[in-house]
Design a protein around this ligand. Structure first.
Ligand code: ZN
Length: 298
């Protein structure tokens, strides 16, 4: 179940937690077209970054080489430009995860110095749920085709202050067990790649949807194991709901930015619709990308 976060963060508190010029990121995967859920995220990312005098990095999360397509990436740049959300970093050249494969291997090597990193041939079916029980920890399998790589996480609680959800306590080793860093197809996983990237790119403020909050403790722990001293500040914002408390999926009618555009809507109208869907604006109001900061200022 997803707990509904507050709508707006306490900006003064955020500013004092972050210091000067925070760096946040907008990090879509080119596995489909941008939809209203992405626009909600962009409103938060650009709105809060600008309100704090910070910058926005655009990261193309194309770690899943099977589902990502170049046409989606092209559309993503186009749609973002049409909406008017302009990143400070990552437009030219784009920052793609697929172009930095060496970085993830180096991070894994670094982890080997302090924890167990091992090959695992368990399928999703073998594992059954979200938590991996450590079946391959002692098997000493050779890494290779059809084998993933796992990292043994430390035990204990992770406590962090979410800028919208408040204090959170999570226990990564109990939630997910040993973390999958690379899957059986040889792809770096979301959890691993995103943690390495936020660290190496100097991201200090992570703004994303509330559906990702359960991943945060393990990402903070992993970042610390990688040598990151100060975890980023996390902020998990409300998602567009379908009215029965579920995250809105494409099938539930979440509209694509391109569909709305070809139906004749302006960028301000599309951003207005997204903002209204989470309660940041009244239905029917429009707002331009460069104005979204005012949604977070009193
Ligand atoms: Zn296994």
């Amino acid at each position: 179940m997803i707990i509904d976060p507050l709508l707006r963060p306490d900006l003064a508190r955020l500013a004092s937690a972050l210091g000067s010029s925070p760096l946040t990121r907008f990090a879509p995967s080119p596995t489909g077209y941008l939809h209203l859920g992405h626009v909600v995220n962009a409103i938060y990312v650009w709105g809060i970054a600008r309100a704090l005098g910070g910058r926005v990095l655009l990261r193309i999360e194309d770690h899943d080489r099977i589902r990502c397509r170049p046409e989606y990436e092209r559309a993503l740049f186009e749609d973002l430009a049409w909406l008017g959300f302009e990143p400070d970093i990552g437009l030219d050249p784009p920052l793609r995860q697929s172009e930095a494969p060496g970085v993830y291997g180096q991070a894994l090597d670094r982890l080997r110095e302090s924890t167990r990193v091992y090959a695992c041939d368990c399928s999703r079916k073998d594992i059954g749920g979200e938590r991996y029980e450590g079946r391959c920890r002692e098997r000493q399998l050779e890494p290779g085709h059809g084998r993933g790589i796992r990292v043994q996480l430390g035990n204990g609680d992770e406590v962090f202050d979410d800028a919208l959800l408040g204090r959170q306590l999570q226990t990564p080793a109990e939630q997910c067990g040993d973390l999958l860093a690379r899957d059986r197809d040889g792809h770096w996983t979301y959890q691993f790649a995103v943690t390495v990237d936020d660290f190496r790119q100097g991201v200090t403020l992570v703004i994303r949807g509330a559906d990702l909050v359960s991943s945060t403790g393990r990402q903070i722990l992993l970042a610390r194991m990688l040598g990151r001293r100060n975890a980023p500040v996390f902020m998990h914002h409300p998602l567009i709901h379908d009215g029965i408390g579920e995250k809105l999926s494409k099938s539930a009618g979440d509209a694509g930015v391109r569909e709305l555009r070809s139906a004749g809507l302006t960028a301000s109208e599309v951003i207005g619709i997204a903002a209204a869907r989470v309660g940041l604006l009244n239905p029917g109001e429009s707002i331009r990308a460069i104005e979204v900061t005012r949604l977070f200022q009193n």
